[in-house]
Design a protein around this ligand. Sequence first.
Ligand code: IMP
Ligand code: MG
Length: 179
Amino acid sequence: MKRIKLWDKEFEMSLSYEEIQTAIKKMAVQMKIDLEGKNALFVCILNGSFIFAADLMKNLELIDAEISFLKLASYTGTSSSGDIKELIGLNENIKDRTVVVLEDIVDSGHTIADVIAQISQRGAKEVKIATLLFKPDAMKKKIHLDYVGLAIPNDFIVGYGLDYDRRGRNFKDIYTLVK
Ligand code: IMP
Ligand code: MG
């Protein structure tokens, strides 16, 4: 198996780019059905979701859609700090709109809970959650995830937008930390 080294840690390939694309295509099929005619505003949570958002949007050519970006940070090293900061806010008026939040990964669920609260507060009509990856064993919140690409074990991963201390976002496959 392909291995990479980032800083002091080794990672082993666990999901290929092709497997990721298959999962994204399936998400897009369901989204096209659900979001037809709604002119949804997709909100990409930066930094981690930039590659997922780009690949997903390319599969959604046939519906009216807009995209915006919200920059958040909650991770230090390889564990979630639970301390979520909003760094760059949404400028769009989201009142009475269908908003689809695009997340790279839902781990403890703290980040997504915070995002849902912020978006609901601004009067969105409905907030849907789309996450490429989900760690069911790490989830601490009761939140409905509308679109999940792949459920994965509770291990730290990098690649395809996800980082370990800022490195690793530029790998097209996903790698799991070797313990
Ligand atoms: P949560 O608030 O614990 O659900 O964490 C969500 C955020 O932490 C995600 O949006 C990611 O940016 C980051 N994150 C969670 N798990 C991982 C991982 O395994 N590798 C890299 N980043 C992660
Ligand atoms: Mg993220």
